[in-house]
Design a protein around this ligand. Structure first.
Ligand code: ATP
Ligand code: MG
Length: 559
């Protein structure tokens, strides 16, 4: 992958360049560490592009590591989906995939050593008592009454915790750091809890599971990670990360360092696996890969491109300041990528029948047109014309506003790649709606301007008998509020974000397209001229029954 595809200078690059110059490390090693408790979303795409991008820029390596220490919420389905998403975005992880669960034995052994050194103890406080003892930002905590257990007793109890002698939640293993620390994370944090849960990889082997901070620091060290990049909410955890690295006797004297950057928040969207899971579980969407979802698999199905997403990640940059981004930035990057790469065809979403009165009945003629105006190498297709054509309903108006350049009664318009036509007669239904137009062709206007008058408007159209019926799905924003998960009720509580789902986020219509639409493979992208970029659905498209999803319209209509 090209090195300049990634975000230009930012503070993490500066740190890495210093480290390389000062020989803090020879090569950098990063990792992307998702928890397999859901599908990846646009926020993860930012983190993936950062971690894999830095490895690319500095000829280092990036690991894919599943941080699988919460068995109840994790599954193999999520593992597979995450692997697929990372690959699809265009990245290769270094060697084999890593799992935090691979380190369960090592993590256990390090815990034993910590106990032997008097740095960890078994605590019997329950969750509520523990909260009371912890204190808060204003008040120091109190030592647990179990803090001074002897090393022998701690070793015995921890072994028995592992052997399943105690009930879930009845005991924990805690680090002995400082209950008066100004940093709550250092107030004797729990590093093991008892939980009888089936793990997607280790099965029922363990009934104690290590906690995130402890696991993450050691996993980084065991993999010789040099720069451990995470989002800002972990800033307060860094002292604990460092404590673990300093107090556990790690091989190779590995000394990873943690750096934090701001999370991406996308307006009119949600970037939390838990909340996205809620949308799936409550059937507000068809699944994790519903094209309205901000998941990588949803965006893929919507027709977004890997290079468009990488361009987006580059544009939003990396920093420590808020990263709240408008949907128009994401769509702009996708559009820009597609503009240059997607071939074009015509389609009519809401057909209005037009009879060309001076076109010979039963005759077909045709014209070649390029698939892309700036890419002759994309080739050409044949555009047939016959007596009955379809135009877009809203390209005709009986009562047009000022400046109207499309069709109206007695007005003229050019058919894209075709003739200038004039509307001579309108057939209306009993509500006054136009249901058919009778138009005449100016036979002398194929590829040239008409004599003595200007026809400005150009519209798309299809020959009715040659058009292929297609199913089209049009999408609108999923939420009606920019920050659906940050709206408070009168009592100050957050409202449930599903209250702000847009009931019109999906519209399915039967439409028409050029004959080529019946020959495409799934996941093929096209521009429908004047209507936007579309992709054939990854799962439901068939040549005999084409299904197109609108990826993005041609112009920004978020404003
Ligand atoms: P979620 O809240 O959606 O579950 P998470 O941070 O808990 O997200 P992880 O699977 O732990 O999800 O995340 C893997 C990596 O992706 C972490 O390093 C995390 O910091 C990063 N990440 C997650 N969400 C975002 C985001 N919105 N912007 C940037 N990076 C993110
Ligand atoms: Mg998480």
């Amino acid at each position: 992958m090209n090195k300049d595809e990634f975000a230009d200078n930012h503070f993490i690059r500066t740190i890495i360049e210093e480290d390389l110059k000062n020989k803090v490390c020879e090569k950098i090693a990063t990792r992307f560490p998702p928890e397999p408790n859901g599908y990846l979303h646009i926020g993860h795409a930012k983190s993936i592009c950062l971690n894999f991008g830095l490895a690319t820029i500095y000829d280092g390596t990036c690991n894919l590591r599943f941080d699988d220490t919460n068995p109840e919420k994790e599954s193999d389905e999520y593992v597979r989906a995450i692997e697929e998403d990372v690959h699809w975005l265009g990245f290769e992880w270094h060697k084999e995939i890593h799992f935090a669960s691979n380190y369960f034995q090592a993590l256990f052994d390090y815990a034993i050593t910590l106990i032997k050194e008097g740095k960890a103890f078994v605590c019997d406080l329950n969750a509520e008592q523990m909260r009371e003892y912890r204190g808060n930002l204003k008040e120091p905590g109190k030592n647990s009454p179990y803090r001074d257990r002897s090393i022998e007793e701690n070793l015995d109890l921890f072994e028995r915790m592992k052997n399943g002698e105690f009930a879930d939640g009845s005991k924990t293993l805690r680090l002995k750091i400082d209950m008066a620390s100004g940093n709550l994370n250092l107030r004797d944090p729990v590093i093991y809890r008892i939980r009888r849960a089936h793990h997607h990889r280790t099965g029922d082997k363990w009934c104690i599971y290590p906690m995130y901070d402890y696991t993450h620091a050691i996993s980084d060290a065991l993999e010789n990670i040099t720069h451990s990049l995470c989002t800002l909410e972990f800033e307060d955890h860094r002292p604990l990360y460092d404590w673990v690295i300093e107090n556990v006797h790690l091989p190779n004297h590995a000394r990873p360092r943690q750096y934090e950057f701001s999370r991406l928040e996308l307006l009119y969207s949600i970037t939390s696996k838990r909340k996205l899971n809620q949308l799936v579980q409550q059937n507000h969407v068809s699944g994790w890969d519903d094209p309205r979802m901000p998941t990588i698999s949803g965006m893929r199905r919507r027709g977004y491109t890997p290079s468009g997403l990488r361009l987006f990640a580059k544009r939003i940059g990396i920093s420590k300041s808020e990263n709240i981004i408008d949907m128009s930035v994401l769509e702009g990057a996708i559009r820009e990528d597609l503009e240059n790469n997607a071939p074009r065809m015509m389609a009519v979403l809401r057909p209005l029948k037009v009879t060309l009165t001076n076109f010979e009945e039963g005759k077909t003629s045709s014209r070649a047109a390029p698939y892309h105006p700036h890419h002759p190498e994309f080739g050409e297709r044949i555009i047939p014309i016959a007596q009955t054509i379809y135009i877009e309903e809203d390209d005709f108006s009986l009562d047009p506003p000022k400046g109207w350049q499309r069709l109206t009664l007695n007005g003229e318009v050019r058919l894209r790649y075709g003739y200038v036509i004039k509307c001579d007669q309108v057939v209306q239904d009993n509500t006054g709606k136009a249901i058919e137009l009778k138009c005449s062709i100016d036979h002398d206007t194929l590829g040239k301007a008409p004599e003595g008058r200007k026809v400005k408007g150009v519209i798309h159209w299809l020959s009715a008998e040659h058009a292929v019926a297609v199913n089209v799905r049009l999408y609108d924003r999923l939420f009606t509020e920019a920050r659906p998960d940050a709206i408070r009720a009168e009592n100050g509580q957050y409202k449930d974000f599903t209250e702000f789902l847009n009931p019109h986020s999906l519209e399915e219509i039967q439409a028409w397209a050029e004959p080529i639409a019946g020959e495409l493979a799934a996941e093929t992208r096209y521009q429908f001229e004047r209507l936007g970029y579309f992709v054939t659905d990854r799962y439901e498209h068939q040549k005999s029954s084409p299904v197109f999803n609108r990826t993005v319209s041609l112009k920004d209509n978020w404003k």
